[in-house]
Write a new protein. Sequence first.
Length: 216
Amino acid sequence: MSTATILLELQYFAPIQYYTKLLAYANIQIEQHENYSKGSFRNRCHIATANGAIALSIPLKKGKNQQTNIRAIGIDNTTNWQLSHWRSIATAYGKSPYFEYYQDDLKAFFETSFDTLFDCCWAAQQLVLELLQFEPPIVLTNSFVKNPEGLLDFRNKIRPKSYLEPQDEHFVPTPYPQVFADRLPFLPNLSILDMLFCAGPEALHYLQQSISTKAL
């Protein structure tokens, strides 16, 4: 584990790469004063289906833009997106080894209403860490600093356009058994939900194996 501090944004059921950072660094800061950024994992995650990876996106209220503070981004709850996401997850992972083990906790999450994107993603992250039985030393930032010194700024480094080929020498995706391995090649760096449902208590082991400690 590196004794350095890493700075990350909050993401929705973030990719495996994101969770290796929570495991690899002794000090973790989560940005809470940034402006919203489009085309990110802040409001979407990728899961595996029989036809490959698909994205689940949280609908946001109109008026969002790149100049809006992340804590002011509201969720559009006029559509029952929670039910849609849960049905997609249950369909994709209903036959996974650990679906029955985690389904009650996940179903309860999707039955909870959230007004803001930040609160939803914070709750999702806390739930995942609880299921992983892992308590990383996370603190929220006190203010926004564009070019912080003395830490690793990893904000906006894990994005949908690059998650399959991350420019990250410290992340080496380790294959684990997946639900559709009989018909699809290994799908790396999906949402942490994929690893939880497929690997269960071994998820932390696979996360650790996916960390390259070279020059950490």
